[in-house]
Design a binder for this molecule. Structure first.
Ligand SMILES: [Zn+2]
Ligand SMILES: [Zn+2]
Length: 320
């Protein structure tokens, strides 16, 4: 939904970078004002600049940014981007590299407990427990004791029923339609911005504080008409059942197809059959509902090898 956008940026002001003199150890010299050490006169080492703490911040008023400083390749001193020649040794500065930019240090992330390991260990333990209780199997031997079957034919009647749908989905032929407002979906709406302040080294002894803001959204409900109505449908009203033992499956006699579709008309609906095998392991009877093919494959009295749950002894019907 929200595609990554470049954040809106807002300058909060420009400030001087700081540097410490490596010769006389004078600290917190200013990046623009002190191109040389105010104590001993040593030139500023541009690669040693750093961001000041909030208490040490010095604003630069009306500072015009002309580009990052360039390093003289002859004597190594940093020179303003405006300079054509090195102020110390006079070498031309055309094509010289800019000073390295200082990166703001990210706040160190709080080191939490290694929850990942606990969760992993827990999942592993749970998997072993599930395997032990529910998946682990053993072989058992059984005798087929008998075949059972059950058949069902649903009986449907064409009659009035109640339904509910969104207004645009209400079918034609609906009667007594009554609608009311209900939440159907949500949409994102703009909800201000999330901002974060970053310090950006300009490379000329100054840095800029920038507020980076990205738009935020929140979800808002969208309402629509939801309707109750009455309509004629084929509806299950009865079921014709038969059941028995052995392998001769019998179905009830279904009513003839109706000649006219109108209220009160009846027809045969879905037909379903259940095929059940009974086994004995010498002590108790075990039962499986299986496909017709599996059911017909076994003969009464046949000796069968199958799988059972190792923990409960329950017969695994899919192993037949
Ligand atoms: Zn110094
Ligand atoms: Zn130079």
């Amino acid at each position: 939904m929200s595609n990554p956008t470049t954040p809106r940026e807002e300058s909060l002001g420009s400030y001087e970078m700081l540097w410490d003199c490596p010769h006389c150890d004078t600290k917190k010299n200013l990046g623009v004002t002190h191109r040389h050490c105010p104590n001993c006169g040593a030139p500023q080492d541009a690669s040693k600049r750093y961001f000041p703490s909030d208490a040490d911040k010095v604003a630069v008023a009306n500072h015009q940014f002309t580009g990052a400083d360039r390093v003289c390749s002859s004597c190594g001193t940093a020179q303003s981007a405006k300079a054509k020649n090195c102020g110390k040794c006079g070498a031309p500065l055309d094509g010289m590299k800019a000073v390295p930019f200082v990166k703001e240090k990210e706040a160190p992330k709080a080191k939490g407990r290694p929850w990942g390991w606990y969760i992993l260990a827990f999942v592993l333990l749970l998997s072993v427990a599930i395997w032990w209780r529910c998946i682990r199997k053993k072989s058992i031997e059984l005798d087929v004791k008998g075949h059972r079957w059950a058949t069902v034919i649903d009986i449907e009647e064409y009659r009035e029923v109640g339904e509910s749908k969104w207004k645009n989905e209400v079918p034609s032929g609906a009667r007594a339609v009554s609608c009311s407002q209900k939440e159907r979906s949500t949409r994102s709406v703009p909800d201000g911005e999330t901002c974060k302040m970053v310090k950006r080294d300009k490379g000329d002894g100054t840095f800029e504080e920038v507020n980076q803001c990205t738009p935020k959204t929140r979800q808002e409900p969208v309402y629509d008409d939801y309707c109750d109505y009455r309509i004629d449908r084929w509806t299950k009203v009865d079921a014709l059942k038969k059941e028995g033992t052995g392998t001769d499956v019998v179905w009830a006699e279904a009513p003839p197809a109706p000649t006219l579709t109108g209220p009160g008309a009846r027809r045969a609906g879905e037909r379903r059959a259940t095929y059940t095998l009974d086994f004995s392991d010498g002590k108790k009877t075990r039962t499986c509902d299986v496909s017709e093919g599996t059911w017909r494959k076994y003969k009464d009295g046949q000796h069968v090898k199958a799988k059972a749950r190792a923990s409960s002894g329950e017969l695994v019907c899919s192993s037949l």
